[in-house]
Design a protein around this ligand. Structure first.
Ligand SMILES: CC(C)(COP(=O)(O)OP(=O)(O)OC[C@H]1O[C@@H](n2cnc3c(N)ncnc32)[C@H](O)[C@@H]1OP(=O)(O)O)[C@@H](O)C(=O)NCCC(=O)NCCS
Length: 329
């Protein structure tokens, strides 16, 4: 019997109904559709408008779709991990809320805070539980309600992000397909370039932090832009080298969708033809931990069993890395 691998055996995505176009943003901040499309590739993003709904509701929609698609009963789930930075509360974890809402009463779980790398970090943690043989049906959710932490007076950040979530089912595989290998990295010296200033234990919420609009995403776009290209490109190259693979061996590259110029630069630097690099940023913007499962879900029909796929992400922290997997169905 071969070594057990963790394989993705189903994917799903969910974005809320309401759409915010670049033209809608023109009414809020000094910007225009041409600037946003040419600098980022984004044409629209979906926004969860219902003030009573939160990240767990995005997750519930994605997971319920996944359960229906894969014929999985909620009680069969052993573990549920959520990559997010916009959990419903500081505590408890959104994983607990989602498990409760869907009736996954045998699942334990927790959230992973790795910003835009939240999904790939969570996927690797879940994979280790499956590989060890201790857990058989593990759900990984990645998603964010970014509209809850965006300053719609700051044109440099509010145009970039949207709301959405995706989910995958991980199960044991013995035919060699599944997650092969990963390179995951983090570097806290980048923390000040992409973060939320207040709301944590350093700067708890006060009337002053609210007045100063410190509960929103703050970033130095140019530094993040360069670091993202470097981090994703280097981790893809290192991963290919570690696995003796060349660009020709890889069928698909699924990058975190932060900016189409970042995606194009990574593809060019590593030497992938654009047809292999999957992009859906024009429809959703950057949904942070949601982007990679949303790409998996949108392009699922293209994948064939055995296809070699690289997932790559970069985000606040800084956090970044790449995962190599062989598609299992
Ligand atoms: C934010 C980002 C799109 C800005 O694009 P850029 O080409 O770097 O633009 P700059 O920041 O150099 O700004 C260029 C000009 O456009 C202006 N500008 C910024 N946002 C604008 C907007 N929405 N509309 C119109 N003009 C805008 C700037 O004020 C600046 O004007 P100035 O030259 O008069 O000062 C880009 O830096 C980026 O995508 N960074 C990565 C961010 C990211 O993806 N973070 C998520 C985590 S991975």
């Amino acid at each position: 019997m071969g070594k057990i691998k963790a394989a993705i055996t189903g994917v799903s995505g969910y974005v809320p109904e309401d759409i915010m176009t670049n033209f809608d943003l023109e009414k809020l901040v000094e910007t225009n559709d041409e600037w946003i499309v040419s600098r980022t590739g984004i044409k629209q993003r979906h926004i969860l408008k219902d003030p009573k709904k939160a990240m767990s509701d995005l997750g519930v929609e994605a997971v319920n779709k996944l359960l229906a698609k894969t014929g999985t009963k909620p009680e069969e789930i052993d573990m549920l991990i959520v990559g997010t930075i916009t959990g419903d509360y500081v505590f408890p974890d959104t994983a607990n809320l989602i498990s409760h809402k869907i009736g996954a009463k045998n699942a334990f779980g927790f959230d992973i805070n790795a910003a835009c790398s939240g999904f790939i970090y969570s996927l690797m943690v879940g994979a280790k539980f499956v590989e060890s043989g201790s857990h058989k049906k593990v759900i990984i959710v990645g998603g964010d309600k970014m509209s809850s932490i965006l300053n719609y007076e700051d044109r440099a950040t509010c145009i970039l992000f949207g709301d959405g979530a995706g989910a995958v089912l991980l199960e044991p595989s013995e035919d060699g397909n599944g997650i092969q290998n990963a390179i995951l990295k983090s570097d806290g010296s980048g923390s000040e370039y992409l973060y939320m200033k207040a709301g944590g234990s350093l700067n708890p919420p006060t009337a002053e932090t609210v007045a100063n609009r410190e509960h929103f995403v703050t970033q130095d776009g140019r530094i993040v832009f360069k670091a993202a290209i470097k981090g994703m490109s280097e981790s893809i190259r290192d991963l290919m080298e570690k696995n003796n693979l060349t660009q020709e061996d890889i069928d698909w590259v699924i990058p975190h969708q932060a900016n189409n110029r970042i995606i194009t630069a990574v593809g060019d630097q590593v030497g992938f033809p654009s047809e292999k690099v999957l992009v859906n940023i024009h429809n959703y913007g950057n949904t942070t931990a949601g982007t990679i499962p949303l790409v998996l879900s949108d392009f699922e029909d293209k994948f064939k069993k055995g296809d070699k796929i690289i997932l790559t992400a970069f985000g606040g922290g800084f956090t970044w890395g790449s995962i190599l997997l062989h598609w299992a169905y």
